[in-house]
Design a protein around this ligand. Structure first.
Ligand code: PLP
Length: 371
């Protein structure tokens, strides 16, 4: 879908904030691990190609969640290492090899299928990372026997044993118990591994911030790179992160409603006095979900409540006075002396900041500052 370039609703991404978050992370961890920018899901809604170009040179590689996201980067001249974090369809392995994209082995069975479905192809050199399930319960092998069986297959077929990695379920929580269990399981598996791959890695944003002593070869840096706190504010940050994303719109309509009139579908809101009501061209089709009813937006540094139901393409807000058409409205970000954070939106919805930014749809035009 083409983004709505002529509509005044826009995401503004400050690319320098993203770069600063990476530099500050490198200072924080002190040692010199590689950093892979996690740009899956359109860079958590920030725009994967633009973000990737902005951080090229500052990072050592990229992580995505599927093959198409990787191919999009290659088509846009991103020549660094790219790792696909989930298991792709085995039949597409050749495409990954041709584009020098590293794949994740989620199971022995997957690897055997890759071989089986590409019998006619020469896949030698295919770069593979074994996923070890240390306690996430999602993809990955669970025992050292599977790891060593995979290594034997890798050697037999001349694949490249590029890496082994695991993923933490609770690195963003204050309690250490589960994290330490997973770390221990991973270390035990590594100890029984027949030989070492190029890269061992387990660190996501949360682990890089709060467990920097556990970093191995690569940090897979996602949420925090965009300036978001992976614990959604539950754990204090060791250094300041700069949120990169602002969401703005403009008043597209202003009217005076008299006392006793209703606003929106379902007539869920009735005015209790004469008030000015403003309309903004954004709705649930943009990822501004229906449960944002009752939340605020900012005009001139002042909070204005969203009244009535959120429609597909529009929301209505109560104004404290008449404003001209085209007045700037901030939905996420700073406006005057006030700010609405992604965490504020997430708290209102009972979700996490990751989901808020990922849901911002392709219809919203994205614009970039500090290329
Ligand atoms: C998404 C993802 C990451 C990045 O996580 P953040 O919390 O955003 O840093 C790292 N590793 C894997 C396997 C992932 O799926």
């Amino acid at each position: 879908m083409r983004s709505s370039i002529h509509r005044p609703t826009r995401i503004i991404v400050n690319l320098e904030s993203i770069r600063r978050n990476i530099r500050n992370l490198r200072d924080h961890v002190g040692s010199d691990p590689m950093v892979y920018a996690v740009v899956k899901a359109n860079s958590y809604g920030h725009g994967s190609v633009r973000v990737a170009h902005a951080v090229q040179g500052l990072v050592d590689g990229f992580c995505v969640s599927n093959l198409d996201e990787a191919l999009e980067l290659r088509e846009n001249n991103i020549f660094e290492n790219i790792l696909v974090l989930s298991g792709i369809s085995p039949r597409d392995a050749k495409l990954a090899l041709e584009e020098n994209i590293s794949l994740t082995i989620p199971s022995v069975e997957w690897l055997l299928q890759v071989i089986d479905e590409n019998r006619e192809e020469d896949l030698s050199g295919l770069k593979l990372h074994i996923k070890f399930d240390s306690g996430m319960g999602r993809i990955g092998v669970r025992c050292v026997e599977d790891i060593n069986e995979i290594i034997e297959i890798i050697d037999k077929y001349n694949f490249t044993f590029d890496g082994i990695f695991t993923h933490f379920a609770t690195a963003d929580e204050a309690s250490q118990t589960k994290f330490e269990q997973q770390e221990h399981a991973f270390k035990s598996a590594l100890a029984g591994m027949e030989r070492r791959p190029h890269f061992i890695h387990s660190t996501n944003s949360a682990a890089s911030l709060w467990h920097p002593d556990t970093i191995e070869d690569i940090i897979r840096f996602g949420d925090a790179m965009y300036g978001l706190n992976p614990s959604c504010g539950n754990i204090e940050l060791p250094f300041e992160l700069e949120p990169a994303l602002t969401l703005e719109s403009e008043l597209s309509h202003v009217k005076l409603l008299e006392e006793g009139e209703t606003v929106g579908y379902g007539a869920t809101y009735t005015t209790d006095s004469d008030i000015f009501v403003g309309t903004l061209p954004i709705g649930y089709a943009d990822g501004w979900t229906r449960n944002m009813q009752g939340f605020d937006v900012l005009i001139d540094g002042k909070r204005m409540p969203i009244i009535g139901r959120v429609s597909m393409d529009q929301i209505t807000i109560q104004l404290d006075q008449e404003y001209p058409l085209g007045t700037k409205v901030t939905l996420i970000g700073k406006n005057g002396n006030d700010v609405i954070t992604v965490d504020d939106v997430a708290n209102k919805r009972g979700t996490i900041n990751y989901e808020v930014v990922c849901l911002l749809s392709d219809r919203i035009y994205r614009t970039y500052i500090n290329e």
